[in-house]
Design a protein around this ligand. Sequence first.
Ligand code: PRT
Ligand code: ZN
Length: 225
Amino acid sequence: MLDKNRLRIAMQKSGRLSDDSRELLARCGIKINLQEQRLIAFAENMDIDILRVRDDDIPGLVMDGVVDLGIIGENVLEEELLSRRAQGDDPRYFTLRRLDFGGCRLSLATPLDFDYQGPESLDSKRIATSYPHILKKYFDSKRIDFKSCLLNGSVEVAPRAGLSDAICDLVSTGATLEANGLKEDEVIYRSKACLIQRDGEMPAAKQALIDKLLIRIQGVIQARE
Ligand code: PRT
Ligand code: ZN
């Protein structure tokens, strides 16, 4: 078992957030020896352990109190929050800080020949997405019906493959949509990476370390602005 007296931080192991997360922690002065295959890395100079996992697991690890802090995209966090609420849970966590990386938007997109006049154009249409709960919240707020098609990858090929009429997927440059003959019609959620903390009592020494880290993160981000 991990030492409960050490601060546990979960970050993405490999993917779009991992380099920036690693760099942020390094700039905060945390010396970590990240060996590629290791799930857990121990800081050499502070009472901190780093857990390196799939990004999708990070919100749950924080909400379940398994780790103290997590660095995660707001899109994944919001989807997990809505999913747990839909199951009748009341998940708790605090957002400590929005970070300055991982920026993207969750957008509705349709084939170039689809006549999009607003979200009502998608009434009763099938929409492929990896974010069914965020999508449902959006359409519920507009009182529009839709059919969903859950895909955890290759969402952008769904219309061409005849699986859906539209998609709801993450976009940053728009190149993926363009390459797949799709156009971005509507942004439904804007996301950045954020630092979250578990709910519940925190031992004083750990809280002091969190406070120190937050001040350093503030400094790192300000210096980059
Ligand atoms: O393996 P693991 O589960 O940890 O990683 P993953 O493959 O699920 O996620 P990953 O590493 O792709 O993304 C992690 C997080 O980065 C996301 O949850 C977002 O918060 C953030 N992010 C920022 C993005 C993008 N930008 C992004 N462009 N995540 C995904 N994309 C994808 C998008 O899904 C689409 O396929 O990039 C493509 C679009 O990019 P453009 O530039 O062509 O528009
Ligand atoms: Zn993932």
